[in-house]
Design a protein around this ligand. Structure first.
Ligand code: C2E
Length: 352
């Protein structure tokens, strides 16, 4: 997808595509920020690609397209500009350190060879009293060679210590970059990419080892209406609020993630359907019990509620099938009045 779109962006049709992107953003009431523009270029360049489909889905759902939605889409679907830059920079630091260490090793090796030669010469001269010459000169040249090798060995040690510090710093930094790439910046929960990876891995484990695996999808009720009334900034705070309650409840081994705009997901490894339902109901009650205030004006925002669908993986079921069942249960919660937790049916219904 990326290659095709990038080629288009450098072709004569690029201006047409750019105009269309701006028009399409305006039609969807999306601000023409640089990131949104980049997303729309990719979207229009490849509407059937993963990013294109996700944007179409978001627009069709009527969910507001906020900065955090854009960041989440970029983190998941755009070429990893920042990550590849970081990797390139890390490579440059490593090369510099390796070159410096190699230089110091060369110097130390050179002075070791010289030292060896000096010792051999001195031994020859001492073995042959006729050639020994002035003993004082001999001792002075040995002392000089010894000082030189000690200097180079000390320089090598210093160089290795400093490289060790640099490489440790680099490793910590890369670990942070890796964590950032798997985290939703707004809520600090796992992002969808990280979540999908966990879900696939845990599905495999559950299939092979036979442990139970629950999955819940959580959607904030009437979020679009909330955003339209109070604005995106307050909407983002509601997302953070729901995220913070979920994060507290979904401690390891549970995994909570922001799954889409106002959609969250939680994995429950090794728990019964009853325990999962009870945990989700306590989250639902906790979220709905708080009267939120608009921070800028202190307006009463009322409470937000969530609708939830969950399922426990059946033997042989794939991650996609489990997601589909949980999703269908979520819509059953929505259809039957919202602010509910619904357990998934045994199989996805044909009506879905
Ligand atoms: P935040 O604004 O960064 O607040 C982080 C945490 O600081 C909150 O976690 C809470 O423990 C504490 N805190 C901040 N402001 C207040 C306050 O006025 N009173 C009290 N008692 N504690 C406060 P918490 O509760 O889990 O909320 C997480 C995030 O959810 C908040 O991040 C904010 O973005 C959003 N949020 C929660 N409640 C409200 C609310 O009433 N109105 C708005 N606009 N956002 C809220």
């Amino acid at each position: 997808m990326t290659i095709q779109v990038e080629t288009t962006v450098r072709s004569p049709e690029a201006y047409t595509l750019a105009h269309r992107a701006v028009d399409a953003m305006q039609a969807a009431s999306v601000w023409p920020t640089p990131l949104n523009f980049e997303l729309w270029l990719h979207y229009l360049g490849d509407p059937e690609g993963n990013l294109g489909q996700e944007i179409s889905r978001l627009l069709a759902s009527g969910a507001p397209f906020t900065d955090s939605t854009a960041e989440m889409l970029a983190a998941e679907f755009l070429p990893r500009g920042r990550l590849s830059e970081e990797i390139r920079d890390a490579g440059a630091v490593l090369n510099r350190e390796l070159a410096a260490v190699a230089g110091a090793i060369d110097k130390a090796r050179e002075s070791q060879v010289t030292y060896g030669n000096t010792l051999a010469e001195a031994a020859d001269r001492m073995a042959n009293p006729g050639e020994a010459g002035n003993l004082g000169d001999l001792v002075a040249s040995l002392a000089h060679a010894t000082r030189r090798i000690r200097r180079h060995t000390a320089a090598l040690e210093r160089r290795l210590e400093s490289s060790n510090r640099e490489v440790t710093k680099l490793r910590d930094h890369m670990e942070q970059v890796r964590r950032d790439a798997m985290t939703d910046a707004l809520t600090n929960l796992a992002n969808r990419k990280a979540f999908d990876e966990h879900l696939l891995r845990l599905c495999d484990e559950s299939e092979n080892a036979g442990g139970s695996l629950g999955l819940a999808i959580i959607d904030i009720d009437h979020f679009k209406r909330f955003n339209d009334t109070w604005g995106h900034q307050t909407g983002d705070q509601v997302l953070r609020y729901v995220g913070s309650v979920l994060g507290r409840v979904a401690r390891a081994p549970r995994i909570a993630a922001r799954y889409g705009g106002e959609e969250f997901a939680v994995i429950f490894p090794g728990e019964t359907a009853g325990a999962i339902e009870a945990a989700l109901n306590s989250v639902r009650v906790e979220i709905g019990s708080r009267a939120l205030r608009r921070r800028s004006t202190n307006d009463d925002l009322g409470a937000v509620t969530i609708s939830v669908g969950f399922g426990v993986r059946r033997a042989g079921e794939s991650a996609g099938q489990l997601l589909a069942r949980a999703d269908e249960a979520l819509y059953a919660s929505k259809r039957s009045g919202r602010n509910k937790v619904t357990a998934a049916a045994e199989a996805v219904s044909n009506a879905a």
